[in-house]
Design a protein around this ligand. Structure first.
Ligand SMILES: *Cc1c(COP(=O)(O)O)cnc(C)c1O
Length: 410
């Protein structure tokens, strides 16, 4: 569908471009697990993928499909598949596309659970190299003949390192390697990985796209950049007439039908409503994050602040060039004389929580919680100090936000 309208207009009106049911402005919640057909021929055609339709709820539902269409527009993709969580989306990519002994090069600066998933893959016979993805040379040096995939995040959590996104894209394109970019921190509103030659894009919809902390979901978008005829791990049954769809078809079949990581219609509805205001919320949260980062950086009791919008950030120039905003996540280290737990306990509006991308500002001491399981050595290699506090900045009124931090500093 040709799409000439702007980012938000396109999301708001996407549902009405399909068949409108009862004049409804939102795609309705279709909760049926099973579907009926006019005749046996239609049933067979739906099952064989020759006709549009639904076979069984595990393989998708119309409400989730409407969200897939919106995500696909946002990322300007060829096709998008939604999943029950961001991790289900990432897991589906790995399960669907990797075979025994295949090698993956991943950024070392990684969402903790993705890191843990890679350890599982290693135990199942894949090989994974973790490298400093802020430097394309580290990625290039890690490549092997068996490398099938490079995986990076745009802005890493919690230290906000930014991958060398375009150079890695050029490298992967020249070597015929699948390039997966987790766009959760930037969202398609701030950055389109398609423009740096990403093959597949992951979005954890749970975070900024849903935005309200009330629904889990994930998405994988195929940008159309990768030539799947060059990829040895596609099963013959998924080699349909359009090679551009081979990869995403295999991800859909394995991830939904075989692994059951399906997004429910109720969650899809929540996420789709959240997505309508993504641009407004991101603008506000990014502006709040910049002000908070500036004020923390100027505070005498703060030892270090990590935020791509600060001139002191090592990839500040890169972020300015690639993204239309610096994101809404920052982290900082307090003066060692100030106990980080005491500080957290003094916060009043800021919620102590592990989520991010919520409308509310959330804080968490990462070394003791979400990055605890990986151990001190791996934390040190990711630049995570024991006193590091991660802040997911929300959309509160700025004075309330800054005031809360100021009083908690004591
Ligand atoms: C949260 C997150 C995920 C996983 O998303 P869930 O919906 O929580 O499974 C993946 N990648 C990044 C960068 C995230 O922040």
């Amino acid at each position: 569908m040709a799409q000439k309208t702007g980012f938000t207009t396109s999301i708001l009106h996407a549902d009405r471009e399909g068949a409108i049911e009862h004049g409804s402005l939102h795609k309705p919640l279709h909760v049926s697990v099973a579907y009926g057909y006019r005749d046996a021929r239609e049933l067979v055609n739906v099952f064989q993928g020759k006709a549009q339709g639904y076979a069984y709820g595990r393989q998708g539902n119309p409400t989730a499909a409407a969200l897939e269409e919106k995500m696909n527009r946002m990322e300007d993709g060829v096709a998008t598949v939604c999943f029950s969580t961001g991790m289900a989306a990432i897991g589906a990519i790995m399960l669907a596309l990797l075979r025994e002994s295949d090698h993956v090069v991943s950024s070392a600066f990684l969402f903790g659970n993705t890191n843990s998933l890679f350890e599982t893959l290693a135990a199942h016979g894949n090989e994974v190299s973790f490298v400093d993805a802020t430097d394309v040379r580290a990625v290039e040096q890690a490549l092997r003949p068996s490398t099938r995939m490079v995986f990076v995040e745009t802005i890493a959590n919690p230290r906000t390192q930014i991958a060398d996104l375009s150079r890695i894209g050029n490298l992967c394109a020249s070597r015929g390697i699948v390039y997966v970019v987790d766009n959760t921190m930037t969202t398609p509103y701030l950055f389109r990985p398609k423009n740096v030659k990403a093959s597949l894009i992951v979005n954890a919809l749970t975070k900024y796209i849903g935005g309200h902390g009330n629904a889990l979901g994930g998405a994988v978008t195929d940008t159309g950049n990768f030539d799947w005829t060059r990829f040895s791990n596609i099963h013959d049954v998924y080699k349909g007439p359009k090679p551009a769809l081979w990869g995403i078809t295999q991800i859909r079949k394995k991830g939904l039908r075989d692994w059951g990581g399906t997004l429910s219609p109720e969650q899809a509805h929540h996420l789709a409503v959240g997505a309508e205001t993504l641009a407004l919320r991101m603008d506000r949260a990014c502006a709040n994050a910049q002000s908070l980062a500036d004020s923390l950086a100027a505070h005498h009791r703060v030892r270090a602040v990590y935020y791509p919008g600060l001139g002191s950030h090592p990839q500040h120039a890169l972020a300015r060039e690639l993204f239309s905003g610096y994101g809404a996540l920052l982290s900082f280290e307090l003066d060692p004389n100030l106990d980080c737990f005491d500080f957290l306990n003094r916060l009043k509006n800021v919620v102590l929580s592990s989520n991010l991308g919520d409308n509310r500002t959330l804080a968490i001491p990462v070394a003791h919680t979400i990055f605890y399981e990986m151990g001190a050595e791996r934390r040190a290699s990711m630049g995570i100090a024991d006193s590091l506090i991660r802040i997911s900045v929300g959309i509160e009124d700025l004075d309330d936000l800054l005031g809360d931090f100021a009083q908690a500093m004591g």
